[in-house]
Design a protein around this ligand. Structure first.
Ligand SMILES: [Zn+2]
Length: 122
């Protein structure tokens, strides 16, 4: 029950519990920065002025890394969990299908071997 108490930061007491929302505090000025992903989506996160801007930002549309330069977006990540049809997923689909075919053929070959072996026993 009292485990939440251990999250007091820096020994500065007196903060109200759950004070993550800075209501009543000084509202920091923010700047809005545009990021573009490989697909050309624009994301516009806002940062506090004193915060150093990150090099990349996750695209708000497709989740791919986005960069501040529209003409030079960061490369796409291969393992994308967002869109249902990525080239990667398509490749995996084809691969498993090919593997399935191979397995089937192997099984058939074994079956034939078995049959011929049995036929020769007699
Ligand atoms: Zn995007």
């Amino acid at each position: 029950m009292g485990s939440r108490r251990s999250t007091i930061r820096g020994g500065r007491l007196g903060g109200a519990p759950g004070s993550e929302v800075d209501r009543g505090g000084v509202v920091e000025p923010r700047r809005q920065v545009s990021y573009w992903c490989h697909a050309g989506h624009e994301s516009r996160p806002a940062f506090a002025l004193h915060v150093e801007l990150p090099q990349t930002w996750a695209c708000q549309v497709c989740g791919q890394p986005a960069g501040p330069e529209q003409d030079a977006p960061p490369p796409r990540e291969r393992m994308a969990g967002g869109p249902p049809k990525t080239p990667f997923e398509f490749l995996m689909m084809r691969r498993t299908m090919a593997e399935g075919d191979e397995l089937l053929e192997e099984a058939l070959a074994k079956l034939r071997e078995d049959r011929t072996a049995r036929g020769r026993v007699r």
